[in-house]
Design a protein around this ligand. Structure first.
Ligand SMILES: [Zn+2]
Length: 83
């Protein structure tokens, strides 16, 4: 598992699903999976107010973990940062 490069500060890489849920403050999409729903809520509680800062392409050869649901991801990362 590879951590994406600039996670040192308050920048977090998110998968599409978590980015949409967090930016829209709508956890309804995780209703099918209470465990993921809990992980995402825990992440939001710990991080505080988050704003979407952009999408970064990640080479397909790099596997990274979503900061919220902890699921391994391949491809572009949505980045959020704390206010
Ligand atoms: Zn995620």
């Amino acid at each position: 598992m590879t951590q994406l490069a600039n996670t040192a500060t308050d920048n977090y890489p998110l998968c599409d699903g978590c980015a949409a849920a967090i930016v829209n403050a709508d956890m309804g999409g995780f209703a099918f999976d209470p465990q993921i729903s809990r992980l995402v809520e825990t992440f939001v509680d710990a991080a505080g107010m988050l704003v979407h800062t952009g999408t970064n392409p990640v080479p397909d050869t790099v596997e990274w973990d979503c900061a919220a649901c902890r699921e391994p991801q391949i491809g572009d990362a949505d980045w959020v940062t704390t206010l």
